[in-house]
Design a binder for this molecule. Structure first.
Ligand code: PLP
Length: 927
């Protein structure tokens, strides 16, 4: 590769590609001297795994009866091994290329069907980041959908404290005022005056059931809409809020087989009426048809909504919780409606026993799984006694304790809890909560796979339709689809990491906190910032947290009027959406012809907005895949105008070990651990989006109502440390690599991208380059001229790549009509060459269109991708042979394994016109 690039060494390449002004000059940095001494050296896999085993062992896996939205659950072993621990599932990318993503799209449609069935709603998305952010999205959905002019939202007092806190975080910058009310009183609990919506939980934090139907009726009488926190397990027994008239149901699917994991990752959900479908944030899978006339799935409507609508987007959510949503859906498929109901009855039965035994200490008798006890002055003693039996209860206050039962609760646990209370076991009184009459999960998806054999084959059937990293490189620009090493993945299944409740006592989480502290420090060192918070559950949430910190900083300095956020036109769509959520006004800065931020336009904008400037938000290297030379100057200009510099760190794979955003001008960045630090994409989540800041912004990092030691910052996630259980992946990566290894990975990533740019430029011109004609870690291939001359589009090339066994690059971001290629350091020269060969062969096909052999319409490019069904059908009336369709000639060292796309080209528009977002009736699948 270096020969092709005409350089002596990786270092020489970096010296040419990366501006000298930002290259880190810390003494000995990267050379094994002083600065590195504190940084872990690269270690062998077995050594790193030993350390993680030890850290997991320092956590105490107790019986969790704390509740508050997190419940112990039993992950069926077949799902753990064949789904969660299966690279065919966890290394997949977000299904933007639906033809090679039918497997996970079907699984997500099952998730949507499961949620809408159980909540009694018409439509559900797939998925939200957690329950608290789902509640926040419910809040903004109500506001958009409501006819009321009021800015007031009524919030029930018995909401989970973390949900309440995240609502506050998200409400304040938008000018929404929260009004706390006691809705257990029904209509009487509603305040006088106007309000646009009401949020409550069907079962409150205390476990008490609220009169949802009465509250909905009363709210509707006041022209307000209602969102209800819904427990999916309870919904198998009780009439769900959707049937009681609530416009929105939100919640978490955690207790459907997803381990506690010290708070995450888990799939949140949001469900509503069909009339609000276009207001629904996040991703929505819908059914459409493909070119063979077969039903096919694809992301509907707002697929990349923030990209298209930017500051007018309904939300900033991008990466969601796909793998966890699929796990929850498969749990429902495995157990089926009767199995789920049996689990619910068992949990409820244990709660009934505890309630009956508590006698007069029982506070309310309207519960599902959580019982609240009044034990004046004795609460701490009761909790301590249970702890001695290995059980964590929730200490509500000095006089109250609550106990939550779940799938994992046993009679022995119940006996120990009663012992702790010092009461004898009584016969359960039947508290009649089971008032659900409507059927649910009747679709075959939830009734066919109850045996392990059937489930195993279903999972294989689905994953065989998809291209994940276990089949091919996934050259997605901006997304850094690199190796997710098995050794990094293994520890997330350790009980010492998986089995911990997010609100477990401090003494139970010693290992976790040591691991988290270690990772925070290493990320701070790598980025050159002073402090890191791992709380945000995706890049988008890191952006929001970082911009909020900037806003609070200006306010703390008596400059609350600074509310303008400058964003270059090339920015990722989440940037603008996050700025609006943080209460900032977006002003776009132009880019020059060569792709760089236009400094003259920046100066002009600073001139106009100087006094009002809050921040600039740039990506570095830019989303154009280029190290902009004037970045330091740009940061200086913004600082001189009193603004803060936010550097979107999604492209950190081009910087680690070479340059540190905290040193070359950034005040704050978010990172994407699911891009640069090896957490797999999971088919569209989970993610972790840490926010890193310089010292002056540290006081404004996210806090948490149940972890006062995190400071008074506002939380952005339900769990104090976000998706804690996947942090061992990044922790292991850093240790396996050591600083030298991380640096070398960056150098190889830059070399690979430049190699591909050089090899492909003759066929597909590379749009932007920086110093010395080099790119950073990715490159944009410009197809616009080709499209103009031949009619063949970038999309045609993306689809045709599937016939060659490749996943497409990023399509039309950041520039429409282009493909952005990022090979990463993980791909071998042989794989890069195979990709070049496929792209070269595709160019040959385009040339045939140019020569008039085929029109674009008739060509295999437009006909792509080709399914086995299409090429083996008796009828074949295309202008090219079946062999060209399915086994096109390509000059590779060895034949590439054939991948058969799950569907032919999908008609997205037809699906949007007739929106179907849950499992269609079986007739739809007939011939
Ligand atoms: C991926 C990405 C984001 C958003 O991150 P998510 O984890 O998907 O929310 C933001 N900015 C850029 C440049 C990105 O590539």
């Amino acid at each position: 590769m270096l020969t092709e690039l005409g350089v002596e060494s990786l270092e020489a390449l970096a010296a040419q590609a990366v501006p000298g002004s930002i290259l880190d000059a810390a003494p000995g940095y990267g050379l094994g001297a002083s600065a590195e001494r504190e940084f872990p050296w690269g270690q062998a896999e077995h050594e790193v795994l030993d350390q993680l085993t030890k850290l997991a062992g320092e956590n105490t896996v107790a019986v969790s009866m704390i509740g508050l939205g997190y419940y112990d659950t039993i992950t069926p072993t077949v799902l753990r091994r064949a789904l969660v621990e299966n690279p065919a599932w966890y290394t997949a990318y977000t299904p933007y290329q639906p033809e090679i993503s039918q497997g996970r799209l079907e699984a997500l449609l099952n998730f949507q069907t499961m949620v809408s069935d159980l909540t009694g709603q018409e439509i559900a998305n797939a998925s939200m980041l957690d329950e608290a952010t789902a509640a926040a999205e419910a809040m903004t959905l109500l506001r958009r959908a409501s006819k009321s002019k009021s800015d007031r939202l009524v919030v029930d007092a018995d909401l989970y404290p973390q949900t309440r806190a995240v609502l506050e975080t998200r409400a304040e910058p938008l000018g929404i005022e929260l009004f706390e009310a006691d809705l257990a009183k029904g209509e009487e609990g509603l305040p006088p005056g106007d309000f646009f919506g009401v949020i409550l939980q069907q079962f409150g934090a205390s476990g008490k059931r609220l009169p949802v139907k009465d509250i909905v009726a009363a709210a509707h009488g006041r022209e307000a809409l209602v969102a209800v926190g819904t427990d999916l397990l309870a919904a198998t027994l009780v009439a769900p809020p959707g049937e009681l008239g609530a416009e929105v149901c939100y919640g978490s699917a955690q207790r459907f087989g997803v381990p506690l994991g010290f708070g995450g990752p888990h799939a949140g959900f949001l469900a509503t009426k069909q009339t609000h479908a276009r207001q629904l944030p996040g991703r929505l899978v819908g059914v459409s048809v493909d070119a063979d006339g077969q039903p096919a799935y694809r992301l509907a409507l707002q697929t990349r909504e923030q990209h298209i609508r930017r500051e007018r987007a309904t939300s900033n959510i991008c990466t969601a919780q796909v793998l966890l949503a699929i796990l929850a859906a498969m749990y429902a498929s495995y157990h089926g409606p009767d199995g789920l109901k049996a689990i619910a009855r068992r949990a409820h039965g244990h709660a009934e026993t505890i309630a009956a035994s508590l006698g007069d200490a029982l506070v309310h008798d309207q519960y599902f799984d959580t019982v609240l006890a009044r034990v004046p002055g004795r609460a701490e003693a009761v909790v301590a006694a249970a702890k001695r039996s290995g059980i964590n209860l929730r200490l509500v206050d000095a006089d109250h304790v609550s106990v939550s039962c779940d799938e994992a609760t046993t009679e022995a646990h119940v006996a120990a809890v009663l012992d702790a209370f010092g009461v004898a076991q009584a016969e359960p009184r039947c508290a009649e909560v089971a008032d659900r009459t409507s059927p649910y999960l009747t679709h075959p998806s939830f009734n066919r796979y109850h045996s392990e054999t059937a489930m195993l084959r279903y999972l294989r059937e689905l994953s065989d339709k998809d291209i994940a990293l276990d089949r091919s490189m996934i050259p997605l620009g901006s997304c850094t689809m690199k190796l997710n090493a098995a050794a990094e993945m293994e520890p997330i299944s350790y009980a010492g990491f998986a089995g911990i409740h997010p609100f477990a006592p401090e003494a139970d989480t010693v290992g976790y906190r040591a691991m988290i502290k270690g990772l925070e420090d290493e990320l701070a060192f790598i980025t050159g910032y002073d402090r890191v918070s791992l709380q945000p559950n995706a890049g988008s949430q890191g952006e929001f947290a970082g911009l909020l910190a900037i806003r609070e900083y200006h306010r703390s300095r008596n400059e609350p009027h600074r509310d303008v956020c400058l964003i270059p036109s090339s920015a990722h769509g989440t940037n603008a959406a996050s700025a609006v959520m943080a209460g900032l006004r977006v002003v776009v800065v132009a880019c020059r012809e060569n792709g760089d931020v236009d400094l003259d336009d920046l100066k002009a904008k600073l001139e106009v907005h100087g006094e009002k400037l809050a921040a600039i938000m740039i990506t570095y290297p830019s989303t154009h895949g280029v190290y902009e030379v004037q970045v330091k100057e740009l940061c200086g200009l913004v600082h001189d105008a009193g603004g803060q510099v936010y550097i979107d760190g999604a492209n950190l794979n081009a910087l680690v070990g070479l340059a540190r955003p905290g040193h070359f001008g950034g005040d704050v960045s978010h990172l994407n651990l699911h891009k640069t630090f090896c957490i797999p994409h999971g088919g569209g989540g989970p993610g972790v989006g840490p926010v890193a800041v310089r010292e002056h912004l540290a006081p404004f990092l996210p806090g948490h109502p149940l972890r006062p030691e995190l400071g008074d910052g506002r939380p952005v996630s339900a769990a104090p440390f976000g998706s804690a259980s996947i942090l061992p992946i990044s922790w292991a990566y850093v240790r396996l690599m050591g600083f030298e290894g991380l640096r070398r990975a960056t150098l190889v990533a830059i070399a690979s991208a430049n190699y591909l740019a050089k090899r492909l430029d003759q066929h597909f011109p590379v749009l932007f380059t920086g110093a010395n004609g080099l790119v950073a870690h990715e490159c944009i291939l410009d197809l616009r001229q080709i499209t103009k001359e031949t009619g063949v589009t970038a999309e045609d090339v993306a689809k045709r790549l599937a016939d060659y066994g490749f996943h497409a690059p990023t399509l039309s971001f950041p520039v429409s009509g282009t493909l952005m290629v990022e090979p990463t350091e993980s791909e071998s020269l042989e794989e890069l060459e195979a990709f070049v060969a496929a792209m070269t062969a595709i160019k040959g096909e385009i040339d045939q269109v140019a020569r008039g052999v085929w029109t674009a319409e008739e060509s295999p490019l437009r006909g792509a991708p080709h399914t086995a069904r299409a090429v083996t059908a008796d009828a074949w009336d295309r202008k090219y042979s079946r062999e060209v369709a399915a086994y096109p000639k390509v000059a590779t060292a060895r034949p590439r394994p054939k991948v058969w796309p799950g569907s032919a080209r999908i008609d997205g528009v037809a699906g949007d016109r007739n929106l179907v977002c849950s499992c269609p009736p079986l007739e739809a699948y007939a011939e």
